[in-house]
Write a protein that binds this ligand. Structure first.
Ligand SMILES: [Mg+2]
Length: 125
């Protein structure tokens, strides 16, 4: 199965970006963009239309929460699905992320099945 959805993974760890990208590729999502933090993410998004944003929380320059709040404040990203993938697993952290505008949440380390389930759900597949 191949999909034409465009997904961006925003994470300061190039290893994590590679893991997410490889997992998505195996699931049939071959259009995956990358950014190393929120500032870079905004830059990539200004030049590309994406169907799903996958973002880390802890990043230099602009962290994931600020990134999500910045996106949600813009009309064009009010509805774009956002999945947060992070090591912050405390219940209050998850609530904070959801309140900031994140649609769903994956705690690292995750299995390919977990990522697939959340991605499919957010893309309506
Ligand atoms: Mg990080």
């Amino acid at each position: 199965m191949a999909y034409d959805h465009v997904i961006i993974t925003v994470d300061d760890s190039s290893t994590m970006r590679r893991i997410i990208k490889n997992t998505l590729t195996k699931l049939g999502f071959t259009n995956v963009l990358e950014a190393g933090n929120g500032v870079e993410g905004l830059d990539v998004l200004a030049k590309n239309e994406v169907d799903l944003i996958i973002t880390d929380w802890n990043m230099p320059e602009m962290d994931g929460l600020t990134f999500v709040k910045t996106l949600r404040a813009k009309d064009e990203y009010k509805e774009t699905p956002i999945l947060m993938v992070t090591t912050e697993a405390a219940k209050e952290d998850i609530l904070t992320a959801l309140r900031s505008g994140v649609n769903n949440y994956v705690v690292k380390p995750f299995t390919p099945d977990t990522l697939q389930e959340k991605v499919n759900k957010l893309l309506g597949l």
